[in-house]
Write a protein that binds this ligand. Structure first.
Ligand SMILES: Cc1cc2nc3c(=O)[nH]c(=O)nc-3n(C[C@H](O)[C@H](O)[C@H](O)COP(=O)(O)OP(=O)(O)OC[C@H]3O[C@@H](n4cnc5c(N)ncnc54)[C@H](O)[C@@H]3O)c2cc1C
Length: 314
């Protein structure tokens, strides 16, 4: 049985690992250039060397017993470490947030730069149509995507599934990344914004374990502010969030040596509540954080749950 998995973020990779462990073949397809999804890292060249930023997920927790067991391997291999600044149970990938995903992807047949634009029936199975004109035939399909993207791909072929995905909303997040020539004097390494503060979360990226390079900060706008300013130009976003940052620090602005912004249209998922969705008759399933909640750990649990449902039914 060959299962086509669309999306190689945490949920898709977890689903693939569980299926392959039990002897199933998988074909993993992801539109990006490499491992990360919403746990991506962004690198910027600066006069002081390369600056790197975890510009999606900032840290994650280990609570589910299965996820704890999986994470023990990452910790032993040096891909994961605690980051006490964010809390006693906060862990981060080392040397960057996507490190656990890169380790998972190494052992799996992932095809990068492969955007799936359509699914069609092929006998009892499916044909995955790629943007690049290619096609891949598989016996079953798992869509490991943000809810909105899963809804789009299933609308024509499984409207009931599309409706379940469409019943949740993923909140956007504008993220500013800035590198500085010197360490900022604030003793804080991270904090959450409050009330009408446009910044929902700020973190000194370099305070995470295993980071090198110049002083780096990640500023994530609050969901409300991101939604209100979703289509604003990038330079306006950068200047507004940096101004709020200096205001919060109570210090005069310092010009970054490098800066950029990223607009996450789909950042913080909703909570559909099913864990995973599997239609055994049509051999089509959905997994991802949105089926449990907006967390890395939820994505892993959902992907693993979908694999279990697929194996039970096949
Ligand atoms: C700004 C931000 C901050 C966050 N902070 C935290 C945090 O602090 N702690 C925490 O636990 N979680 C956090 N999260 C949430 C966490 O990142 C997600 O819950 C988790 O990474 C979701 O994994 P996933 O596999 O479900 O989805 P994704 O990581 O989104 O993976 C989906 C994959 O599908 C691919 N894809 C999409 N469409 C297609 C297509 N048509 N064809 C092929 N491939 C496709 C994408 O390239 C992507 O790799 C944050 C997320 C963001 C964006």
């Amino acid at each position: 049985m060959r299962v086509g998995i669309v999306g190689a973020g945490m949920s898709g990779l977890a689903c693939a690992e569980a299926l392959m462990r039990r002897g199933h073949a998988v074909a993993l397809l992801d539109k990006s250039r490499g491992a990360g999804g919403r746990m991506s890292v962004r690198r910027l060249a600066t006069a002081q060397g390369e600056a790197s930023f975890d510009h999606g997920a900032q840290y994650f927790t280990l609570r589910d017993p299965g996820f704890i067991a999986r994470a023990e391997n990452w910790i032993a291999s040096g891909y994961l470490a605690p980051w006490p600044a964010a809390g006693a149970d906060a862990y981060v990938g080392t040397p960057s947030m996507n490190a656990p995903l890169r380790q998972m992807a190494e052992g799996l047949p992932v095809q990068w730069r492969a955007r799936v634009i359509q699914l069609s029936r092929q006998g009892l199975g499916w044909c995955l149509h790629l943007e690049t004109d290619g096609q891949i035939e598989v016996d079953a399909v798992a869509l490991a995507l943000p809810a909105e993207q899963a809804a789009e791909l299933t609308l024509a072929i499984a409207p009931a599934m599309a409706a379940r995905a469409g019943s949740t909303r993923t909140l956007p997040c504008w993220t500013v990344m800035a590198a500085f020539a010197d360490r900022l004097s604030t003793p804080l390494d991270c904090w959450r914004g409050e009330g009408s503060d446009p910044i929902g979360w700020a973190a000194r990226n370099g305070s995470k374990p295993g980071r090198t390079g110049p002083e780096t900060w990640v500023l994530q706008a609050s969901p409300d502010w991101s939604r209100s300013n979703l289509e604003a130009p990038e330079d306006v976003i950068i200047s507004t969030l940096l101004a709020a940052f200096w205001d919060r620090l109570g210090q005069a602005p310092i010009t970054p040596i490098a800066q950029t912004a990223h607009r996450w249209r789909y950042a913080r998922s909703g909570t559909e509540g099913s864990g995973a969705i599997w239609d055994a008759e049509h051999r089509l399933g959905l997994c991802g954080d949105w089926l449990i909640g907006p967390r890395v750990e939820a994505a892993w649990v959902s992907g693993t749950a979908l694999a279990a449902q697929i194996m039970t039914s096949l």
